[in-house]
Write a protein that binds this ligand. Structure first.
Ligand code: HEC
Length: 171
């Protein structure tokens, strides 16, 4: 009865696979755990300030791509300058909150942030000079800056960077 013997393990494998999926979907349906960063211990207010800055970056980068694409150098440069100058520290924060921020942000975060702002500046300058090739180069460095920081400090909210979590097979 070879076909039967083969069918049993196959069925068992299928069952395990199906139940794993059920567990996975049940877990996915749970509300997100308290959304506090595992790497950045920020108070709700500071985290709100960071997320507000991120929303600005998201719009900024989209506008820069469009402006560069259509050769609107002035707009691309102005927008890149705004990205360059957008620091969470520049938002309306009290002295105490600024101290909290200093304590909460690790040196590596600040380095990634600084490199990011430096590349945004270089992008703005390239756009001002209407240097398409250099602008495209720095656009990619700026984008890389988003990705590098997120891969390190935002894996809790940007799931695409949660490299440590198992990749669901077949999805
Ligand atoms: C130096 C670090 C750093 C850089 C650079 C950075 N981000 Fe972020 N970003 C974060 C962190 C940390 C979070 C997670 C915040 C949280 O949820 O606690 C985040 C979250 C976000 C989010 C999700 C916000 C939400 O609503 O939950 C967006 C969108 C985002 N970033 C866009 C960008 C874009 C676009 C760029 C580049 C143009 C960028 N970020 C560059 C650190 C960075």
């Amino acid at each position: 009865m070879r076909p039967m013997l083969r069918a049993v393990p196959f069925g068992a494998v299928l069952l395990v696979a199906v139940s794993l999926n059920v567990v996975r979907y049940a877990a996915a349906a749970q509300p997100e755990p308290q959304a506090e960063s595992p790497s950045l211990a920020l108070s709700p207010k500071l985290r709100g300030a960071l997320i507000a800055e991120m929303a600005g970056l998201k719009d900024g980068i989209a506008e820069i791509v469009t402006a560069l694409g259509v050769g609107d150098w002035g707009k691309a440069a102005a927008r890149a300058e705004r990205v360059r100058d957008a620091y969470i520290m520049k938002q309306k924060l009290s002295t105490e909150e600024l101290h909290q921020l200093e304590r909460a942000l690790p040196a590596e975060f600040l380095e990634l942030d600084e490199r990011f702002h430096h590349h945004a500046d270089a992008l703005a300058q390239a756009a001002r000079r209407k240097d398409a090739e250099l602008a495209a180069f720095y656009l990619s460095r700026v984008t890389e800056g988003c990705m590098n920081c997120h891969a390190k400090y935002a894996t809790h909210s940007l799931k695409g960077f949660a490299a440590a979590s198992p990749r669901p097979a077949g999805h």
